[in-house]
Design a protein around this ligand. Structure first.
Ligand code: XIL
Length: 483
């Protein structure tokens, strides 16, 4: 009799199947009972993970094992995210610190945490020049390094076989000019090491999707062109590759304008695209204006991903700002994430949730409608309406400036969209209705515009050929000048 194969991390396949069947029965029964008692409620999702999943996407965070014991860290992770990437625990120096000796404990803790909460796991990363165990760099021949690399991939992937949705097989193999980085793998093995790693990985865990991951390949440039060539070549020759990871380490205000086009061109090659390490840094201490721009930038990235069906997963590189890698790597920069040092939701959180189609579950304690808006005198507002169009759609970033001398508390901006235009999603405001005369109302965190200050909102829309702009704007009933 054949023994039931046992999962390397201890779960029997039979036990897992039994659990699945029982869960299915219980869920079906629950569905029947719920169907009798109540009709399913229709409401917008109120967490990043739930909103993303309604769009068929995963919204994950990089997680550090040493923070998992901190209550607000774990509860924010558990509440908001549907995916995890171990931030350092699967890197070579941690997981195979001495040749053939694997240290799976730290990564196992994250994997167990994720699995018990049904989160999807990205494996990061198998072959990378950085955070590499010292013994690997000491290997002097290509043959010996190929053997060590294959053993590493086999050892790590076998341990997590069936657990990982996407594996970053090779990380950061290119220079900015598109040439190969002169890592120890490149130097000892040569150009073929990437292909060897992917072939080894496919055999080690055929259920995992295999990714090439890099930074500064978010827009179209020499480096992303080189990755594009690599993926095209792999696809043409049947070398296994399933995904490209765009790390998405951005500077506030500097999201490449062609990010969606870049995601699309990779998707067109027949691979998934993941945004794998999203963060948007700024000089610290953070200014209110930069936090607002950051919110707009997060929405831009999310919208670019949502616009491409094969962009399946977005991962932010950390949970609260205080644990981000940015301040120690880029001195003077920080505040790049969605939660501040005290786990408060930042404007970027709200814009991200809105872009994902969700709405905040904690409305402002004083909703904007309950405080009578202060009507600015005529001409006390100025609107900038910046459009970025493509054949069937466009995005618009609107800046509303208070040019008067008193603060605006609670606002609604009214404008009329040209015919054929319809809003599909927006950020930093609620938009109603989607076409015709639209009213954009402030959300909880941007109702006040101090004298001389401005706030940014925006939306994505479809059009049927007419890419004209609204002729006029009124803020709380008063006409605005248009910049
Ligand atoms: C970073 C981690 O966030 C830090 O904790 C660590 O000290 C250095 O590495 N590109 C990658 C990630 O692929 O693995 C890096 O993570 C950030 C840049």
């Amino acid at each position: 009799m054949t023994a039931i194969p046992t999962h390397p991390r201890g779960r029997g396949v039979f036990a897992a199947l039994t659990t699945l069947v029982l869960t299915a029965i219980v869920l079906t029964m629950a569905g029947v009972i719920a169907g009798v008692i109540t009709a399913p409620a229709s409401h917008a999702a109120s967490t990043l993970g739930a909103a993303a999943s309604e769009k068929g996407r995963t919204f994950g965070a990089a997680v550090a094992n040493n923070h998992l014991g901190e209550a607000p860290y774990a509860s924010t992770l558990n509440t908001e995210f549907s995916g995890v990437t171990p931030e350092n625990e699967m890197k070579w120096d941690t997981i195979e610190p001495a040749q053939g000796q694997f240290n799976f404990g730290p990564a196992d803790a994250i994997v167990n945490h994720a699995q018990s909460r049904n989160m999807k796991i990205r494996g990061h990363t198998l072959v990378w020049h950085s955070q590499l165990a010292g013994w690997v760099s000491g290997i002097s021949t290509g043959t010996a390094l190929t053997t060590a690399m294959r053993n590493h991939i086999n050892g790590v992937m076998a341990h997590y076989a069936g657990d990982i949705v996407y594996w970053d097989v090779v990380n950061e193999a290119f220079n900015e000019d598109g040439t190969r980085r002169q890592s120890v793998f490149q130097q000892r093995i040569g150009n073929g090491y990437i292909e060897d790693a992917f072939r080894t990985a496919r055999a080690a865990d055929p259920s995992a999707k295999l990714c090439y991951n890099d930074f500064n390949i978010d827009g179209q440039n020499a480096k992303s062109n080189a990755v594009f060539q690599l993926v095209s070549d792999f696809k043409a020759r049947g070398v296994p590759i399933d995904c490209v990871g765009l790390q998405g380490h951005f500077i506030v205000g500097q999201i490449p304008g062609d990010i969606q086009a870049n995601i699309q061109r990779f998707a067109n090659l027949g691979v998934d695209v993941n945004i794998t390490e999203l963060d948007i840094r700024m000089p610290t201490p953070a200014s209110a204006a930069n936090l607002q721009t950051q919110a707009n930038n997060y929405a831009t990235v999310v919208n670019a991903c949502l616009a491409v069906a094969r962009c399946t997963s977005i991962t932010v590189w950390g949970i609260p700002d205080k644990y981000s890698w940015v301040p120690s790597t880029f001195p003077g920069q920080g505040a790049p994430l969605l939660f501040d040092d005290n786990y408060n939701k930042k404007p970027a959180y709200n814009s991200t949730l809105t872009a994902l189609g969700g709405t905040s579950s904690s409305p402002p304690t004083t909703p904007p409608t309950t405080s009578p808006p202060t009507t600015p005198p005529p001409g006390a507002c100025r609107v900038t309406y910046a459009m970025s169009t493509w054949n069937t759609g466009f995005t618009t970033n609107i800046t509303i400036a208070n040019t008067g001398s008193t603060a605006i508390n609670g606002w609604s901006l009214v404008f009329t969209l040209p015919s054929g235009q319809a809003i599909t999603s927006g950020w930093n405001a609620t938009y109603s209705p989607a076409s015709g005369q639209v009213t954009a109302r402030n959300v909880s965190y941007n109702g006040t515009i101090a004298a001389g200050q401005s706030t940014g909102i925006g939306f994505q829309a479809t059009h049927t050929g007419n890419t004209g702009r609204p002729a006029s704007f009124t803020l709380n009933g008063a006409a605005c000048t248009v910049a």
